[in-house]
Design a protein around this ligand. Structure first.
Ligand SMILES: Cc1cc2nc3c(=O)[nH]c(=O)nc-3n(C[C@H](O)[C@H](O)[C@H](O)COP(=O)(O)O)c2cc1C
Length: 296
């Protein structure tokens, strides 16, 4: 058994990628019941919300599940204690330096995988005591950096060559070809975002799922925000704004509106989030069918 699978405690090394505030115990439990590692996305959640989600998942499955925290959330110490008390053994950490939070994660008896987008951050995080890395290539959905980024195909083997801890590949993986490729590149597992948004169990509105199905090759773009970029499927409003040289897109779109825009299907508030893997997704399927195909 790989170190990653020991850490996750599930059958397949497939992690449900956190998607902003898109949480539903039904989705997380379905991922766990299908043999993968279901997650709850706690980015900027409160302890109360954490408790509600943890209890909801526990009502539906007794299998191990995890949670993602954003490092800058001041409620993290309390959130981590709730997770540990509920038996969560592994968390992922995003957006920030892991140095300060990992001692607490370890004191609580948990392990953590740190999410990063570039080699220097991988080397630094490995030196700061994280237990594994989620390596997210440029195809990936979600937040991206302002810099030039490497694709999953380049970044995963690059990081695997430089660290001794388990590497999880994220970005561009939607089926068994991507899953196998990731393992061949030196990853012990994968993190899947966009493919699970377009699942039957995902609480995403139908228009978001349909935007992913309709997305073709080159059908996503990076919207500039303050100090970051977000990968989205452009709609008419975004295309019109981007064509106007007097418009500063980073003033038009506020990251804090993304969860609301996505969950309400209001893509004028914030365009539909998705990774390049959307081009590979042609059908909304139950989570079990997605995972079965991936490991077949
Ligand atoms: C719409 C959207 C929102 C995301 N939000 C988060 C988030 O809140 N925290 C995080 O760590 N990753 C986030 N991600 C990244 C995913 O967890 C996952 O790593 C990524 O989607 C993998 O690439 P894929 O979409 O090609 O599968 C998000 C991805 C998408 C598509």
């Amino acid at each position: 058994m790989s170190t990653l699978l020991e850490m996750l405690g599930c059958r397949y090394p497939i992690i449900q990628g956190p998607i902003a505030a898109m949480n539903s115990p039904r989705l997380t439990a379905a991922v766990c019941e299908a043999g993968a590692f279901g997650m709850i996305a706690l980015g900027f959640s409160s302890p109360e919300e954490t408790r509600r989600l943890v209890d909801g998942v526990r009502e539906l499955t007794d299998k191990p599940f995890g949670a993602n925290i954003m490092i800058m959330n001041p409620a993290n110490p309390e959130i981590l204690k709730i997770l540990a008390a509920a038996g969560v053994k592994t968390v992922t950490t995003s957006a920030g330096s892991p140095a300060k939070i990992y001692p607490l994660i370890h004191d609580l008896g948990m392990k953590g995988l740190h999410v990063l987008l570039a080699l220097p951050h991988a080397i630094r995080a490995a030196g700061e005591g994280v237990d594994g890395l989620v390596v997210s290539g440029s195809e990936s959905g979600g937040l991206r950096s302002m810099g030039s980024e490497s694709s999953t195909m380049v970044l995963v083997p690059l990081v695997a060559d430089h660290v001794k801890i388990p590497v999880v590949a994220a970005g561009g993986i939607a089926d068994r070809r991507g899953y196998r490729a990731a393992l061949a590149l030196g990853a012990q597992g994968v993190q899947i975002g966009t493919r699970f948004i377009a699942s039957e169990e995902a609480p995403a509105p139908q228009v978001w799922k349909e935007a992913i199905l309709a997305c073709g090759d080159g059908g996503t773009t990076l919207v500039p925000l303050t100090n970051m970029k977000m990968r989205v499927i452009p709609n008419k409003k975004l295309v019109d704004l981007a064509a106007d040289p007097t418009v500063d897109l980073s003033q038009e779109y506020n990251l804090m509106n993304a969860p609301k825009g996505w969950m309400n299907g209001d893509f004028d508030l914030f365009p539909a989030g998705a990774g390049q893997a959307a081009a590979l997704i042609k059908e909304i399927k139950p989570v079990k069918a997605i995972i079965d195909e991936m490991v077949s």
